[in-house]
Design a protein around this ligand. Structure first.
Ligand code: AMP
Length: 424
């Protein structure tokens, strides 16, 4: 075993998988930009306080943060998520509202690594700050839906809920607390601890022992004010107008105090329930204010690359692209010709690779075949003397005994033109 390896929960993403990651982000960028969203690139590090303002009711903040004191004595954290950074940026730059943005990047959480759960993982996401309109909730949910469609995923399920107005939610939390406290002996030890900290999170319990009490718990819908009920009805109506199927899941709560109104989750149809959340989000307020800004409503979501790609694997869609270039140059005259030709091809906007170390023709052709190139450009001393090159198609169907079929001798000066025509 080598002396140094990646730390637990951290990975190298190598080619061709890395090309799949890039395409993933490209597809997301395309979908987000189609809705008028601009990208925000914020630092990986923030003052610890930025994330502490999310509240310490979640493990993400209270237990899983990577934090340290830098050489200037500042208490810094690696971002565990991006909503807080985006709200910090909003306060810092005062952009025009509604501020419609998207992001991508690595997040860090000191979690127990397992399939679909890492300590460094990537997300893509969207946030809109400065507007309360339920049409925005629908817009971002629809963009997420569109994104999954663009990847080719067919089995994603959308679940939605509403947490109501802050007052509705506070009354609900009281009722929930009373319900669980009246039946404390039936609750698992773990959930009793959760109850102390955050009664809403008891609804997240996946323990069998808790299932009957969770099922008989009061439902948030019984506590909606008229405003909350109207907002939620508008979101559901909007989704129906767009033909996006969804189910209402009253247990879908977000533990943070800032969440209000809409919450939603995209679940992978093929993943087991502990790991099936591909992404999720909802409406929040108070976060901008907690970071020093004016009271500002926000709505957004984050999606994990890993779990979404696991879902893609399960559904057999969005595979890693096979490596390929337009041209592979085989030069048996020492390599200087290959240097010139690859450079000319690249300057002309074509992709080109080559063999090195002046290997034999046979060994270079092997590499050319493996490269996935559409054409080999072959240069030997005869060609150099005649001012020509040989262009051999590599991706053609196996062509019987005449394996060199389709091969052409092309004047050196016409090479670019020839390849351009052949690849168009
Ligand atoms: P959250 O920010 O916790 O709402 O997570 C949003 C999405 O990020 C989840 O649905 C996952 O797809 C992904 N995610 C969260 N934590 C991890 C992790 N430790 N490893 C990989 N993906 C994660």
């Amino acid at each position: 075993m080598p002396e140094f390896q990646t730390s637990p929960g951290m990975r190298d993403i190598l080619p061709p998988e890395s090309a799949r990651w890039r395409r993933f982000v490209d597809v997301f960028a395309h979908v987000a930009q189609s809705g008028g969203y601009g990208q925000v690139m914020s630092p990986l590090l923030e003052d610890l306080g930025v994330f502490q303002r999310i509240g310490d009711a979640t493990d993400v903040v209270s237990k899983e943060m990577y934090d340290f004191v830098d050489k200037g004595g500042r208490h810094i954290a690696l971002r565990p998520e991006l909503t807080a950074s985006i709200c910090r940026a909003f306060v810092q730059h005062s952009p025009q509202v509604p501020w419609k943005i998207w992001y991508t990047g690595s997040m860090f959480r000191y979690e127990k690594p397992q399939r679909g759960r890492y300590r460094q993982f990537d997300q893509v996401g969207i946030e809109v700050l400065g507007a309360d309109d339920p049409n925005l909730d629908v817009e971002i949910i629809a963009l997420g839906w569109e994104f999954y469609r663009a990847l080719g995923l067919q089995q994603v399920k959308l679940v939605v809920n509403s947490l109501g107005e802050p007052d509705d939610r506070a009354r609900y939390v009281q009722a929930l607390k009373a319900h669980f406290e009246a039946n404390l002996e039936a609750l698992s030890a773990e959930s009793r601890v959760t109850l102390e900290k955050n009664p809403l999170r008891v609804l997240d319990s996946k323990r069998e022992q808790d299932a009957p009490l969770v099922a008989s718990a009061p439902k948030i819908a019984e506590f909606y004010s008229e405003k909350a009920a109207t907002h939620f009805a508008a979101v559901q109506a909007g989704l129906s107008v767009l033909g996006i199927p969804f189910t209402v899941e009253p247990k879908l709560v977000r533990g943070l105090d800032y969440y209000r109104h809409t919450t939603f989750e995209y679940q992978g149809g093929t993943l087991d329930s502990a790991q099936n959340a591909l992404g999720g989000g909802g409406r929040y307020d108070g976060l901008v204010e907690a970071l020093g800004g004016k009271p500002t409503p926000g709505v957004g979501f984050a999606m994990g690359l890993d779990r979404t790609l696991l879902a893609c694997d399960d559904e057999g869609v969005f595979a890693a692209p096979s490596p390929s270039v337009d041209v592979f140059v085989v030069d048996t005259t020492g390599g200087a010709e290959a240097l010139r030709i690859t450079s000319e091809l690249r300057a002309a906007g074509l992709s080109a690779d080559r063999a090195y170390e002046n290997r034999s023709m046979k060994s270079q052709m092997k590499v050319a075949d493996r490269s996935g190139a559409a054409f080999a450009v072959i240069v030997g001393s005869n060609e150099v003397e005649a001012g020509t090159v040989v262009v051999r198609p590599l991706r053609a169907e196996p062509a019987g005994p005449d394996t060199a079929s389709g091969q052409a001798v092309v004047p050196r000066s016409d090479l670019i033109l020839h390849i351009r025509k052949a690849t168009s």
